[in-house]
Design a protein around this ligand. Sequence first.
Ligand SMILES: Cc1cc2nc3c(=O)[nH]c(=O)nc-3n(C[C@H](O)[C@H](O)[C@H](O)COP(=O)(O)OP(=O)(O)OC[C@H]3O[C@@H](n4cnc5c(N)ncnc54)[C@H](O)[C@@H]3O)c2cc1C
Length: 377
Amino acid sequence: MRSIWESQAWLESDVVIVGGGLVGIQTALAVLHRQPRARVMVLERGFMPTGASTRNAGFACIGSLSEVVSDIDLLGAEAALDIVRRRYDGLQGLLSSCQGRDIGYLHHGGNEIFLDEHPSLSRIEEVNEMLRPITGTTTFQIRHDLVSAFGFSARVRHLVHSPVEGTLHSGKLVRALWSMAQQAGVQIRTGSTVSRVESDPAGTIVHVQGVSQEYQIRAGTVIVATNAWIPELVQDHEAAKITPARGQILVTEPIESLPLKGSFHFDEGYVYFRSFEDRILLGGARNLAFEEEATTSHDITTRIQDALEKLLREVIAPYQPTINVEYRWSGTMAFSPSKQPIVEHVQPNVIVAFGCNGMGVALSHSIAQRVAEVLGN
Ligand SMILES: Cc1cc2nc3c(=O)[nH]c(=O)nc-3n(C[C@H](O)[C@H](O)[C@H](O)COP(=O)(O)OP(=O)(O)OC[C@H]3O[C@@H](n4cnc5c(N)ncnc54)[C@H](O)[C@@H]3O)c2cc1C
């Protein structure tokens, strides 16, 4: 049985957010910004956030040329541009809210490389005109000169540079956001796995498995921001149809005089690499094994890691006689059926917030703002 002190001070909150990744923590900040007197609590199952947000590649990007063209063809120009606008605005919002914090942001620009001809290359001018009102610049520029400057193999036939992208330190970003939320008064509880969210006439009860005990927290509103793990808490809703997608990553040991700078997209966005300090971070290639990679497991596989290493040696850094890999890991992305961000009620006082679809650095800020709007004042 709980004491009245425990119940009122520790087990009640106006807003409970489940999941402390980029969406969850920024939602806490956005809600408090609109409702400064609200009691806001974040429940995170890990010792630190252990979903995609601290295991990603740290691209602050809005989509490469081939990705934007593919979205235009798939979703239509209006919907594709809407999503680029949300990414662009979200990125500006995130960067300005973190101003003055060390998040390792570097504005070296982004690039896409092609080993073969690609239909998107002939549409570069059309896409640039569509994106100009959003980015205010020529978003995609053909830059053959950068192929040798970055040290790539001559197999790279085309390089498209984008001045609007940057890279950041994903761990420092989430740590900065957690610290901003704590300073704003958000209660963050780690080691708190939510097992069930239940509505009754008096409100909503969040069942939490703590380290050694179970707790029930009474909440005014619950926001489920657990990304790939949403189906564990939400059934009978579109959100339950989310598809997990593992992304595997490797990071090399430091490479002397590394010529590469910035972020790089390859193979229609399935492969991505970037400079980090004097190392190369390389990830993706889940298109080599779609079914095997549709998992929330954080294992890595030799199939994907070997393919990434081959690309590293043969295409990205052929100038380097030996390259040792120092870190390998994987994280879980989640794709919504519509490929769009979703903020929706699943019960009267329960909202799901997800759908970054592999671009959470850019989209999480706007998803969080949307939740705060839906909650109102
Ligand atoms: C390998 C990889 C590379 C990526 N690269 C990039 C990139 O370069 N740029 C980019 O913009 N995006 C990238 N992404 C995507 C981006 O990381 C995600 O879109 C974003 O982090 C999603 O944030 P989120 O808060 O929705 O989810 P998550 O970060 O997954 O957060 C969900 C949180 O919920 C917690 N949780 C789960 N279940 C429970 C429960 N029952 N109770 C309590 N807590 C729970 C988890 O521990 C986790 O911390 C990448 C993703 C991966 C996996």
